[in-house]
Design a protein around this ligand. Structure first.
Ligand SMILES: Cc1cc2nc3c(=O)[nH]c(=O)nc-3n(C[C@H](O)[C@H](O)[C@H](O)COP(=O)(O)O)c2cc1C
Length: 368
């Protein structure tokens, strides 16, 4: 469960007092994990066209910010994309469906970024199965800048409550090119309940919850040391850590104050959702999953362009036993028989969250 500034305030409101001494103020003011955010500033700073595009591609959205990409450079203008299997999510994503959606986001962002230098990207996916490499990619001359390219650095997954105003109909119509936009009151209410019930199921399924808690990075030094997973940083969260309220143990304990406040605030966040968008595919092959990721990435850039916020809420789409009733309900609501819902997102007007950590490009290249 990601604790945000609001969560922190709520927990502080629950009784924790932090002495705001001058030294504490100085300490808290320096809590930004700058090293973990450096890849955002470094994006585009490479002469080699492949590295140029890859330095943006690694900013792609991906499940639990696992960043499951590994690159093997070949020749002058090509590389092979591999999946880093140490970054799988065996409990919440046992068939690696979401990981492949994230790899699709990476490939589409690569392609969009390459157009900033008028380069075209040929992506050859490997045949079904993908036990080995994911794709061979070649970058050559000859593309016009993608209209979505200017929005790469502002794109976010917005895990916050949205404003109490509807998504304008002209925006819903434009976004229908990417997925089914749900704005009708009754359907939105049903999805709010589904996404909450599914999230609570994850919170109370110990092995699924533990998978997330194990990926939490508590505070600046943990985030900088492992710039991936669920980053719990910034002055407010570090205040709670200092006070001993926000700990790995409390996040695993449904009886703890920190856990219960998190549930309350997540519930409020989900209820502050004016619309949803769902992406489905006819089949559910690896190619379908990658294609869905590519579509999601373009959607996320388009929402950025329109000033809208987008937040994936994937729990009901996860494939493990305890989640099965919610998975079935999600498919009843959002898919035709035989279709697979690949992504479900909250849609609305929201704040602009800060950047999330990334491993530097150099660490993702196998033979750099
Ligand atoms: C396939 C997929 C599933 C995701 N599921 C969730 C989710 O259930 N809840 C959530 O808060 N974020 C979800 N995300 C968003 C990631 O957490 C986010 O992309 C990552 O932390 C990096 O943050 P950024 O997108 O703001 O750069 C998902 C992203 C992808 C690609």
């Amino acid at each position: 469960m990601t604790m945000t500034r609001r969560k922190t305030l709520a927990v502080i409101g629950g009784g924790v007092v932090f002495a705001a001494s001058a030294s504490a103020g100085t300490f808290l003011a320096t809590r930004t994990p700058q090293a973990a955010h450096a890849p955002w500033a470094d994006a585009g700073g490479y002469d080699d066209d492949r590295l140029f595009a890859l330095s943006y591609a690694l900013l792609a959205p991906n499940p639990h910010n696992r960043q499951p990409w590994l690159v093997e450079l070949s020749g002058k203008d090509s590389f092979r994309l591999h999946r880093d299997q140490t970054r799988d999510l065996p409990h919440t994503d046992p068939h690696h469906r979401q990981i492949f959606v994230g790899l699709g986001c990476f490939l589409e962002l690569l392609k969009v970024a390459a157009t900033l230098r008028q380069k075209t990207t040929a992506i050859n996916l490997f045949p079904e199965g993908f036990d080995g490499p994911i794709a061979d990619v070649t970058i050559t001359e000859g593309a016009r800048p993608d209209t979505l390219a200017p929005f790469i650095l502002d794109r976010r997954s917005c895990k916050e409550p949205f404003e109490d105003r509807p998504v304008p109909s002209e925006n819903s119509e434009a976004l229908s090119a990417y997925g089914a936009v749900i704005t009708a009151d009754a359907a939105v209410k049903r999805l709010r309940k589904l996404t909450l019930d599914a999230w609570l199921t994850e919170m109370h399924t110990h092995r699924a919850l533990k998978e997330s808690v194990d990926l939490m990075r508590f505070g600046k030094s943990e985030i900088n040391a492992n710039p991936d997973g669920i980053d719990l940083g910034g002055p407010f969260l570090e205040t709670l850590m200092l006070a001993g309220v926000l700990t790995r143990d409390s996040q695993l304990d449904p009886e703890s104050t920190g856990f219960q406040e998190g549930v309350k605030i997540y519930r409020e966040m989900l209820s502050a959702t004016p619309a949803y968008i769902a992406l489905t595919t006819n089949g559910n092959s690896r190619h379908d999953q990658v294609a869905a990721g590519r579509r999601w990435l373009r959607l996320n850039l388009e929402t950025t362009r329109l000033g809208l916020a987008l937040h994936p809420v994937s729990q009901a789409l996860q494939e493990y036993e305890e989640m099965a009733p919610h998975y079935a309900e999600a498919h009843r609501i959002l898919a035709k028989p035989g279709e697979t819902v690949q992504m479900l997102g909250r849609l609305g007007f929201g704040p602009h969250p800060s950047r999330t950590p990334r491993w530097p490009l150099e660490t993702r290249i196998m033979n750099g």
